[in-house]
Write a new protein. Structure first.
Length: 481
């Protein structure tokens, strides 16, 4: 896939602010931004971070080419030609830290920290949030589906309903990272090395004189990957009996049919009856795949009803994140350079949840050494290191400070990894198998009450006393002003 240069994939207001910085000579002042979200999607107990690969590729390619510069000149006559020359030179020269893909993440903790010339840090906000918000949302939805599906096979079928091509391909990847087994999208397969799978459509059956002929011709053409769609006319009276006949013919040629697919009707009743018919015909190795507007709730119910389904094809509900179309990730300025030093900054809001937490911060996962389970995530200012020395740590809830506890025997795991240093990539992006494995291992770090799909317990996200005091002091200063 040719890689698009996405430098202009930004909001015009970013370029306007860059212009104003250039105009006033502050373009080289350093700024620190942090990306985070405030609310978990789907009422889930955690989110699954994804989007970093796309962000790294985007940042490495950041440059304004001639047609872009000509376009900007045309768009805004205020843009001085000398500003456009400055844009021509622009590359990412800053620092970027990020949580790794597949990590479990929670509200209000920094997921990405960008420390760069304000000129660069401001430009990348829009694309960075675009990638992070969509991919994290889909990975989280996929992780919910994986949680209910147990060890069953999960197939991503969403491309035809996705919000355009990029969403299909990056969504397929996000689903794979969070536990799907394969995608139907070959472009995603080729680009990322994700396994691909496919059955056939109703058109294949409709395009033949009879269902039986259609099945036989399909089996003859692709004998090693035969999953027959059995609901075109009548699943139990026609589809399954014809599939059984085809499977028997295949057996006589030394081949084994892989499966049948159910795509309508009562999937519990049909799957149980189909299973019985296949078993009675000696075809217990033939698997049953189901599709039809599935999501985690329907799969959960079908399994509770005892459906005999081995494999699930999930499209629309996953790739469009139908029950929640966006994750509200934000990118907020937390410090700016003044006189060669960083000055923490705050954004005050009438809504207490929207008041930002100032200063450069790290997030630590506090893991109890006895239980091996995560106790809380702890957001501290960058220079603090008590938690790394293993000193007793007082964890308190920043919204309800009277909720507190002390942990003693713990490991503090820093979640942010250094990705770019002075514009150079210093982090090797892990392969997709490694990310899947990482996601699985991180799930094991949490008590089940934080992981359940319905009404999970809230996992504690705590602020260090120093971070809390800094925030309170800045709020007071602003109140005085
Ligand atoms: N036993 C079941 N319990 C709960 N939900 C189910 C069960 N069986 C199927 N479903 C779901 O109910 C919905 C049925 O949708 P709909 O009525 O549009 O499908 P259909 O009429 O069976 O098939 P189609 O319209 O696609 O030919 C789907 O989302 C399907 O996954
Ligand atoms: O339902 P989804 O989760 O999106 O899964 C993908 C769907 O796409 C295909 O049919 P399509 O929707 O094109 O046609 P249909 O509605 O007539 O089955 C397939 O048969 C699935 O039903
Ligand atoms: O392979 C399939 O069965 C498939 C692929 C995409 C959409 N629906 C079904």
């Amino acid at each position: 896939m040719a890689y698009d240069n996405l430098t202009l994939h930004t909001d015009k207001y970013q370029i306007n602010m860059m212009y104003a910085h250039w105009f006033h000579g502050t373009l080289n002042d350093k700024a620190v931004f942090e990306a985070y979200f405030r609310k978990l999607p789907f009422g889930n107990g955690y989110a699954v971070f994804a989007g970093l690969q796309r962000i790294v590729e985007y940042i490495k390619e950041l440059r304004f080419d001639e047609p872009m510069l000509a376009y900007l000149a045309e768009q805004e006559e205020n843009y001085d030609p000398a500003f456009l020359e400055e844009l021509r030179k622009l590359r990412f020269t800053g620092h970027l830290w990020s949580v790794p893909e597949g990590e479990l993440v929670f509200p209000n903790e920094p997921l990405i920290r960008v420390e760069a010339r304000v000129f660069e840090a401001q430009l990348i906000e829009t694309a960075l949030l675009n990638f992070l918000n969509y991919q994290t949302l889909i990975a989280t939805k996929a992780s919910r589906i994986r949680q209910v599906a147990g060890d069953d096979i999960l197939l991503e079928f969403g491309t035809r309903r996705a919000q355009e091509a990029d969403a299909a391909v990056w969504g397929a990847r996000a689903a794979y990272l969070a536990g799907f087994d394969a995608t139907s999208n070959l472009r995603a397969g080729m680009r990322f090395g994700i396994p691909t799978k496919g059955t056939h459509a109703h058109a294949w059956v409709q395009g033949h004189e009879s269902e039986e002929t259609a099945f036989e011709r399909f089996a003859a053409a692709l004998p090693d990957q035969v999953t027959l769609l059995v609901d075109t006319y009548d699943t139990l009276r026609s589809g399954i009996p014809n599939a059984i006949r085809t499977a028997k013919k295949m057996e006589s040629q030394g081949k084994r049919m892989q499966g049948v697919r159910l795509d309508s009707g009562d999937l519990t009743y049909l799957s149980k009856t189909a299973r019985q018919m296949l078993d009675e015909a000696g075809l217990s190795y033939v698997k049953i795949t189901a599709s039809n507007d599935l999501d985690e709730n329907i799969i959960f119910n079908l399994k509770a009803q005892g459906a005999a389904i081995d494999s699930w094809g999930v499209g629309t509900q996953l790739i469009t994140s139908a029950d929640q179309p966006s994750l509200g990730g934000v990118y907020k300025l937390v410090a700016r350079e003044s006189g060669g030093e960083y000055v923490p900054v705050i954004k005050i809001s009438g809504n207490p949840e929207k008041v930002t937490t100032p200063g450069l911060k790290e997030t630590y996962r506090i893991v109890n050494r006895k239980s091996g389970k995560a106790e809380a995530d702890y957001i501290a200012l960058k220079h603090e290191d008590d938690m790394l020395k293993g000193e007793p740590l007082n964890l308190f809830d920043p919204v309800h400070p009277y909720l507190s506890k002390t942990v003693e025997d713990y490991e503090a795991q820093p979640l942010l990894k250094e990705i770019f240093r002075n514009g150079e990539q210093v982090y090797t992006l892990p392969g997709h198998e490694e990310i899947r494995e990482y996601h699985r291992s991180r799930l094991g770090l949490f008590w089940p009450e934080y992981m359940r799909k319905l009404n999970p317990e809230r996992y504690p996200i705590d602020l260090s006393p120093a971070a809390w005091e800094l925030k309170m002091n800045l709020i007071k200063q602003h109140q005085k002003q």
